[in-house]
Design a protein around this ligand. Sequence first.
Ligand code: ADP
Ligand code: DP6
Ligand code: CO
Length: 356
Amino acid sequence: MSSSEVYTASTTAPVNIAVIKYWGKRDPKLNLPTNSSLSVTLAQSDLRTHTTASCSPSYPPQDSLLLNGSEQDVSGPRTQACFRELRALRKQLEDANPELPKLSSLPLKIVSENNFPTAAGLASSAAGFAALVRAIANLYELPSSPTDLSRIARQGSGSACRSLFGGYVGWEQGSAADGSDSVAFQVAPASHWPQMRALILVVSAAKKGVSSTTGMQTTVATSSLFPARANETVPRRMKEMISAIENRDFEAFGKLTMMDSNSFHATCLDTYPPIFYLNDVSRAAIKVVEAINKKAGRIVAAYTFDAGPNAVVYYLEEREKEVAGLFKAVLGEKDGWQGERGERVQRDAEGLEHIR
Ligand code: ADP
Ligand code: DP6
Ligand code: CO
């Protein structure tokens, strides 16, 4: 290899929005969860991370990560774990094939862009670490499966393990002490239920006050509601959610989605000091969904909120007018409105205020 040679690979990864939420770590070091979770990968939406990984003997000796143009600290244990594991896999390849360039010993330069708000409860850490891990795996030409990559991405950010698969994706909490069985798996491809749509209401693009990592650790430490959620409610709902998806039963899917979001935010409120991710606009969005369902006489729309105020509303294409149409009417035809699938409304507070 010449001293100025630059090796490079790029990839993109979509966000995923959980319908059964991950919230709680049983092992913060390995990033192992207290409960399994399930999400929908929003591959059709325009919420994506684009990441380029490169390495070169000509780079400064330190690994680096540029996110949306600003230099990030890569010394944290989570990013380090991803780099270390991927390098070890590359090293195995190099040891087995001495003619391969020794990329594992070169500094890494990662350049990443999120085309949606970062750290605002729209799963930037999920798309971000999924893209980071896959970009480096591509750079190193690793033969790793999505399952293997999900095991590594999980250590960057738990939710990231699910963004390595499309469609309806579970994350099995696992029981092995080393985390080897705590990986994502595909419940069904998107084509199993192609009518599914997600409306994303960007209530606020601001960075959340309490990061997911900190928030869930405080919840585990202080909430008395939490053990029942993690040990009883979620295990039951995981099974029910998988059946709902298998049977394409939107009523069951929608009800479980909304109840699990409410349960998660209830444990946040039960945390001490309390964590408030929802705001008045979020609650107004919940009321709109409730009104839509009341009018329809059944559940045709389901809201869910991650660790932030932004709403994601799942519905089926056949209910486009009632669901997206109503939000559109309420909010007006805004610039941010786009796409047939994974529609997006970019709107500030007043948009929903007047329908409260
Ligand atoms: P979110 O709700 O957006 O997932 P989190 O609090 O879980 O918020 O995580 C936000 C953090 O994830 C960011 O501060 C950053 O450290 C990391 N992150 C976000 N996007 C990327 C990316 N594209 N590449 C690497 N890390 C990222
Ligand atoms: C509410 O995966 O962001 O979005 O593992 O600490 O990085 P870390 O947390 P993260 O937590 C996501 C929490 C959630 C629910 C979910 O995505 O399942
Ligand atoms: Co996150």
